[in-house]
Ligand binder design. Structure first.
Ligand code: FAD
Length: 468
């Protein structure tokens, strides 16, 4: 980082010690900043059960590159993460088949949310310039001063404390309080969309101390209007996530409804989950909403900036929320490196990151249709085969959409424009193919027509001669 920024920033406050906040704190501390991290939750490392969203996540190159900055990537790749090389599609009749994600050596990793969060917090303990403040709920922020007011819950006592850092970094998730304060500022754009689908987590326990299904796959039961997926866990169980419209969830009212629904749609999963456990978990677990959030700008002058879900919550169908959030940390770091002041670094961060994060929110919504519906279609499979063939022939030139998003750090908005020209090329090839087929058909028909014509002429000649 340039000295100007270093001098300007004596003290940074990171709000949120989740996946993005805990990482960002480490990266800043590594640069020598004094960082205070605040989170509303108690220290999760000391909790028996951590309530909250998805138990496991798919981690790919963007998050891994960010983790490389604090030497945690190799641990995920070689020791902890479970590699998933392919999707495993489960048909209604119980048959299944694999569709690889990319080339032989390309895979995504199934990781536990809690575990990754804990190793990031542990890493932070290695830096003497990071201080954690758990049980601190941000209730108010004055982004001009800047000033943060926390409600602190300790020993059954509640008090409010106020701090005045030089820079506020909001990593406080999809319902961010820092972002709410930004919304009071003029010219702040904000939009959110709840999709009609919600999600519920179920699980498949191990069988004979082993995985009950093929381990190195992301299992998918695509059913058009709804779907279920499963990711492997370290303890040899699978976490299943059922995505369905809220009406479908609420329409299942009792044991009979549920078992009939699973019989009709996910028959092979009933024995895997266990009938009793399925009924118990389904009626005990809540179904949770899925929201997509876009906003701009991500900073207020030189005093505050938002990263991760606080800036761009997305539906989980591309498995990119955490990946994108962790990549935010790299982009912010690069902006500090290249710019001479905090204000221009944060302005640049908004300028560079916003089109990419919004592109990723759109791609996640697109994959929502692909996963639950398109993977079942012959045209989709044909497209995947064509994509793989062209990628194999021209590895640097033809990079399929999924590969560019998941296995490269191509800017997300470029991934979209890349797909757009590939689509037109394929349309051109297939239209060209259709025209060639049509031309061949016409030529054949003409030849046949000529021969038919010839025969007709001969027949007419014959009849005329005969009559004569
Ligand atoms: P969070 O993880 O939400 O962390 C926010 C932190 O801020 C929390 O610790 C919270 O306690 C704290 N906080 C909140 N409010 C306050 C406050 N007022 N004061 C103080 N602290 C506060 N992403 C992937 O990359 N791959 C996947 O496979 C994937 N699967 C997903 C599946 C599901 C079902 C869902 C819902 C999401 C999935 N995601 C996935 C997305 C991923 O979970 C998020 O993008 C990621 O957690 C964002 O991290 P974050 O640190 O920005 O926010």
């Amino acid at each position: 980082m340039k000295m100007d920024s270093q001098e300007e920033l004596q003290h940074i406050a990171v709000v949120g010690a989740g996946l993005v906040g805990a990482l960002e704190a480490c990266l800043l501390a590594k640069k020598g900043y004094k960082v205070d991290v605040y989170d509303v939750r108690p220290d999760i490392r000391k909790m028996e059960h951590v309530a909250g969203r998805s138990i496991n996540l798919a981690m790919s190159v963007r998050a891994l590159t960010a983790l490389k900055g604090i030497d945690l990537d190799e641990h995920i790749k070689n020791e902890y993460g479970i590699p998933m090389h392919s999707r495993m599609i489960h048909n209604k009749d119980g048959s299944k088949y694999g569709i690889p994600y990319g080339k032989k050596n390309e895979c995504i990793y199934s990781v536990g949310r809690r575990y990754v969060n804990e190793i990031l917090l542990n890493k932070g303990e290695e830096f003497s310039n990071i201080t954690y403040h758990f049980n601190h709920k941000l209730v108010k922020a004055d982004l001009n001063k800047p000033e943060l007011t926390f409600s602190v819950d300790q020993h059954n006592q509640n008090e409010q404390i106020t701090v005045n850092p030089d820079l506020i970094i909001g990593c406080d998730g999809a319902y961010s309080t820092v972002r709410k304060e930004m919304m009071r500022k003029p010219r702040f754009n904000y939009s959110q969309e709840y999709i009609p689908h919600a999600y519920m987590e179920l699980s498949v326990p191990p069988v004979n101390d082993d995985f009950a299904m093929e381990k190195n796959y992301l299992h998918i039961w695509p059913r058009g209007q709804f779907m279920m997926i499963a990711l492997p866990n370290q303890d040899k169980s699978f976490t299943l996530t059922l995505f369905m419209p809220t009406d479908t969830f609420s329409g299942i009212k009792n044991r009979e409804d549920l078992l009939q629904f699973f019989q009709d749609n996910f028959r092979d999963s009933i024995d895997l989950i266990g009938e009793e456990k399925l009924v118990e978990d389904y009626f005990a677990n809540p179904y949770l909403p899925l929201v997509s959030i876009k906003c701009k700008p991500y900073n207020v002058g030189a005093t505050s900036v938002i990263l991760g879900d606080a800036a761009h919550a997305m539906v989980p169908f591309y498995g990119q929320g955490m990946n994108c959030g962790m990549e935010d940390c790299i982009v912010l770091n690069d902006c500090f490196e290249s710019e001479g002041s905090v204000s221009s670094a944060l302005d640049k961060y908004t300028k560079v990151r916003n089109p990419d994060a919004e592109a990723m929110c759109d791609l996640a919504l697109y994959n929502y249709v692909e996963m639950r519906d398109l993977v079942n279609k012959k045209t989709f499979l044909l497209r995947k085969k064509l994509d793989s063939l062209l990628h194999w022939m021209f590895p640097n030139f033809w990079v399929p959409l999924y590969t560019s998003v998941t296995f490269t750090r191509m800017r997300y908005h470029k991934c979209i424009s890349n797909k757009a020209w590939q689509d037109s090329t394929l349309t051109w090839i297939t239209t060209g193919g259709s025209i060639a087929c049509l031309a061949a058909a016409i030529i054949t028909a003409r030849q046949n027509y000529n021969s038919i014509n010839c025969l007709t002429m001969k027949f007419v000649d014959f009849v005329s001669n005969y009559i004569k």
